[in-house]
Ligand binder design. Structure first.
Ligand code: HEC
Length: 172
């Protein structure tokens, strides 16, 4: 028996590939098209994050709306440190001990930052507002425009993320 194939072998493979492609395409569409109602009822999607929740995520995990690590420039030994690691999970500040010695990370609750405070030389420094807080985080400058000590990293944050951190620090 030497029956003729209705399709050359190559065509058969090609057809099954097309078939698989259609199946994958349909499954993909089914996943991509929302079936009505919120995609993330649990509030895990970026759009559902409240400012406070986003602020908490940045503060404790150093991650952004999409779960990506927020870029920063930091001393090598603190490359992976989060706000909470240094300023404490309660944001009240603490002494951070390292192999190279220890340093003080200050109280950064919003109730503290939004008050004028006594600086190193005893002179009063103005209170932080959203603009100077953002500048401290992104440029490492205090309210007088002086550089913060190097353990404090310089963070690449959007205004939305800075505002979210403020919202979170207001809860502390
Ligand atoms: C590796 C440790 C470290 C990490 C991580 C860190 N900080 Fe700091 N931060 C410091 C230190 C130390 C200072 C004090 C610098 C100084 O007094 O010159 C500081 C200062 C600050 C100040 C200025 C406070 C003031 O009194 O002028 C703010 C605001 C601040 N940090 C917020 C944050 C936030 C928000 C994060 C996370 C996004 C963060 N820090 C992450 C160590 C850290």
């Amino acid at each position: 028996m030497n029956g003729t194939r209705r399709w050359p072998r190559g065509a058969t493979i090609g057809l099954s590939l097309i078939g698989a492609g259609v199946v994958i395409g349909v499954v993909f569409l089914a996943l991509a098209v929302p079936s009505g109602g919120p995609l993330h009822p649990g509030g895990v999607g970026p759009a559902q994050l409240t400012p406070t929740a986003l602020g908490q995520r940045i503060y404790t995990n150093g991650r952004d709306e999409n779960g990506r690590v927020i870029p920063r420039s930091a001393l090598m030994m603190f490359a992976g440190a989060t706000c909470a690691d240094c300023h404490g999970s309660d944001a009240r500040g603490r002494t951070v001990n390292t192999m190279m010695g220890s340093f003080e990370a200050p109280d950064i609750r919003w109730s503290t930052l939004s008050q004028p405070m006594k600086g190193d030389n005893g002179a009063m420094e103005p209170a932080y507002d959203a603009a100077s807080f953002g500048r401290a985080l992104t440029q490492g400058l205090d309210t007088l425009g002086e550089a913060l000590n190097p353990p404090m990293p310089r963070w690449q944050l959007t205004n939305v993320q800075v505002d979210a951190l403020i919202a979170f620090l207001k809860t502390k």
